[in-house]
Every structure is written in structure tokens, then in C-alpha cells.
Design a protein around this ligand. Structure first.
Ligand code: HEM
Length: 197
């Protein structure tokens, strides 16, 4: 787990303080918990409809996998809305990032879908005319940025580790090989974490 906490901390510390997710963002999310949880089915459907409507993202999924993925996104959303959005949450996001590396989902897709969630909250809170729509939207943009920073930093760290472990072969290394080694490094950490329980 330590490695994940480290990845998360390294990513968040690189963000200028003005851009970070703040305690007041978590508070506004808490005040709107009921609405946010009520939007779960709509968010999950919109999220996967979007991924399944685009051939490259659709290709990531195995036959019949969608119901399980909907369940994991529902759980992520509940844990996100209920909080706490603390170090453990961001370390978990580092792990979630690696799980996606293993499935071949790269940073542009992860960042765009993190933004998709923030946009969804903005659209819903404005449509409902929530008095705090601006503050709630800002909280989710900050959160999506922080989650995106952690996930992309994890990708970079594991890509670098993969490169170092293949250092002897770096000259002339095929991009496909580096990608496979990145996946292998991510897999070996995930296996280590599984053994730790
Ligand atoms: C903000 C963006 C995303 C979030 C928050 C998210 C969240 C999650 C979570 C919490 C899990 C379960 C992780 C675990 O087992 O520990 C998961 C798994 C998965 N997600 Fe995502 N996801 C995101 C984007 C995507 C995208 C863009 C794709 C595909 C294009 C995708 C495909 C998958 C797949 C295939 C798995 C199963 C991984 C496995 O266990 O083999 N996700 N996701």
C-alpha cells in the first residue's frame, strides 16, 4: 500500500495549492449527498453508454462485462460521495489507475472520463436549479483534476519503472514492448497488494 500512498502524495503535492481539492469542496459534496446519490443510475448509464458508443473504448471490455463494470462504478461513486476524500481515497485512486493500465486504458481516456463526471454534476445541478450549483460544480472539477493527476502520475511512474527494468534493451526498444513492460510492472504491484490482502 505504501507505494500507492506515495504515488498519490507525489501527484497531489505537484499541484499548486490554489488548484487542489479543498476541505470546503468536500463539505459542499456532503451537503448535496442525497442528490448526488440519487443520480447514480443516470450517471452510470451515461458513463458506459459513452464508452460503448466509441469503438476504441468499447474494445476494452470483454463480452458480457458491462454489468460488473456498472457495479464497480456505482461503488466508486458511493465511496466518492460519502467520503472521506482523504489520503486513503487518493491512494485507492492510484490503485484504480493501475488496474486500468493493466486493461490497456491510457491517460487521455481516463482524463476525459474524469471530466465527464464533473460535467455531469454541473449539468444536473444546474438543471435542478440548486442554489449551490456553482460551488458543487467547482468541487467536482477540483476532485476530477486531483483524481486525474493521481491516475496519470501512477501511469508515468510505472512506465518509468518498466523502462528502468529494461534498461539494457532501451536502445531501439519498440513502443509495444515498453507498453507491455509497463503493464507487467503494474500487474506485479497489484499482485503484491492482493497477497497483502
Ligand atoms: C474516471 C474514470 C474511471 C473511474 C473512476 C473508474 C473506476 C473503476 C473502478 C473503481 C474499478 C474497479 C477497480 C478494482 O477492481 O479495484 C474499475 C475497473 C475497470 N474499469 Fe474503470 N473507471 C474509469 C474509467 C474507465 C474507462 C475510461 C474504461 C474503459 C475504456 C474503464 C474500464 C474498466 C475496466 C475494464 C475495469 C475492470 C478492470 C479489471 O478488474 O480487470 N474504466 N474502474
Amino acid at each position: 500500500m505504501t507505494k500507492l500512498w506515495q504515488i498519490a502524495a507525489e501527484a497531489l503535492e505537484q499541484m499548486p495549492p490554489e488548484t487542489r481539492f479543498r476541505p470546503e469542496d468536500e463539505e459542499v459534496i456532503q451537503r448535496h449527498k442525497e442528490n448526488l446519490l440519487a443520480w447514480t443510475p443516470e450517471l452510470v448509464k451515461a458513463f458506459y453508454d459513452t464508452l460503448f458508443a466509441h469503438a476504441p473504448t468499447k474494445a476494452v471490455f470483454r463480452e458480457g462485462e458491462r454489468p460488473d463494470r456498472e457495479k464497480t462504478l456505482e461503488e466508486w461513486w458511493r465511496r466518492t460521495v460519502e467520503g472521506p476524500l482523504d489520503e486513503a481515497y487518493f491512494a485507492w485512486m492510484a490503485k484504480v489507475g493501475l488496474v486500468h493500465v493493466v486493461r490497456g486504458v491510457e491517460n487521455p481516456t481516463m482524463l476525459s472520463m474524469a471530466a465527464f463526471v464533473a460535467e455531469f454534476v454541473e449539468r444536473k445541478s444546474r438543471a435542478l436549479g440548486l442554489e449551490e450549483a456553482d460551488r458543487l460544480s467547482e468541487a467536482f472539477y477540483r476532485l476530477s483534476t486531483a483524481v486525474g493527476a493521481v491516475i496519470t502520475h501512477g501511469y508515468d511512474r510505472y512506465r518509468a519503472l518498466a523502462l528502468y527494468s529494461a534498461l539494457d534493451n532501451v536502445a531501439g526498444m519498440e513502443p509495444a514492448l515498453l507498453k507491455r513492460l509497463t503493464v507487467e510492472e503494474a500487474l506485479s504491484l497489484l499482485e503484491e497488494l492482493r497477497r497483502e490482502g
